[in-house]
Design a protein around this ligand. Structure first.
Ligand code: PSU
Ligand code: MN
Length: 304
């Protein structure tokens, strides 16, 4: 086992005995939602995963250790410290470990640590992607590169239209990442079920998802797979409300000259402020929805 990795005993036991495990990210806790809703949501997501027959493993970096599985106290610590915790992408891991610091794992680093631990299925809210204006700024999330190389299935609600969704799909196609729609052929856009862009395949059951991912591994492909699961209709938001907030957030981001790793957290926080409690409620519900699907898919994968 990697000398920098700590696996929570319950998670280690589940992996050893071939029981279903679902990885969860910690940037969504520290940077994605305000306290205390972030902690309540993270704990509830773990409970939903248990209720659907799998063991949750929230992933983070604490004191320079890579953690697969957090205690409720550690989740509380992350939620309370919030944005004071460094957002850790692939390029940050070595330095954080060397210095013994904390890091909130993004989709990228959650995939890395899940794979080190032997966890195959990961549930989150939204992934990073190609930003609008990327032809000038070259701002493309490391999440896409990780999906190309690391064999973990990521179950999300699509991507927010803070990104250029069309270019994000082009990038994933070039890098050979399958993009599956759960019950739909249309890419969902996080708060809304519709984006106007098509995914590669529609898949209608956890068994079908598990089989596709199993076959990908059997073929010797080393990359990941992206599952986009639309937000339940009753929690989705009006497209014009979201679009107006996103356009304003992007304008402010440009005016302030924000760039690099600060861009995504700034846009997410600003959109959340501009749309108030409604977007937070939607965000929470879509994460619950993805956790359910991930637990069922992990269980189906273990049965194969
Ligand atoms: N998009 C969301 N919610 C999020 C993120 C992105 O809708 O919480 C977070 C995830 O942790 C994701 C990261 O992996 O932001 C991407 O950041 P960047 O664009 O800097 O790669
Ligand atoms: Mn970026």
């Amino acid at each position: 086992m990697n000398p920098y990795l700590d696996i929570l005993p319950e998670v280690a036991e589940a992996i050893r005995s071939g029981k279903p495990v679902v990885a969860l990210e910690s940037t969504i806790i520290s940077h994605g939602m305000p306290y205390p809703q972030n902690v309540e949501t993270a704990l509830k997501v773990e409970q939903i995963i248990r209720d659907h027959g799998a063991v949750p493993a929230t992933i983070a970096v604490i004191g320079g250790r890579l953690k697969a599985g957090l205690s409720p106290e550690e989740i509380e610590y992350f939620g309370k410290k919030g944005r004071a915790i460094a957002k850790a992408s692939r390029r940050d891991l070595a330095v954080l470990c060397a210095r013994g610091e904390d890091g909130a794992t993004t989709v990228t680093t959650t995939m890395i640590i899940a794979h080190m631990a032997g966890i195959k299925i990961f549930a989150t809210g939204g992934i990073g992607g190609v930003h609008r204006g990327a032809t000038e700024t070259m701002d493309i999330s490391a999440d896409l590169e990780e999906l190309a190389h690391t064999p973990v299935m990521v179950i999300c609600a699509g991507a927010k239209s803070i990104l250029d969704l069309g270019l994000t799909l082009e990038y994933l196609e070039t890098h050979g990442v399958p993009v599956l729609g759960y019950g739909t052929k249309e890419l969902p856009a996080f708060y809304t079920r519709h984006s106007g862009f098509s995914v590669d395949y529609r898949v209608d059951s956890p068994e079908e998802l598990a089989k596709a991912f199993k076959v990908q591994g059997d073929l010797g492909f080393s990359g990941g797979m992206l599952v986009t699961n639309p937000i339940p209709e009753e929690y989705s938001m009006p497209k014009d409300v979201i679009d107006t907030a996103i356009d304003q957030a992007i304008r402010e981001c440009e005016e302030k000259g924000i760039h690099g790793k600060e861009t995504t957290p700034f846009l997410l926080a600003r959109v959340a402020e501009l749309t108030g409690g409604d977007s937070l409620a939607s965000n929470i519900q879509l994460v619950f929805n993805n956790a359910r699907l991930a637990a069922l898919t992990a269980a189906a994968y273990c049965r194969m």
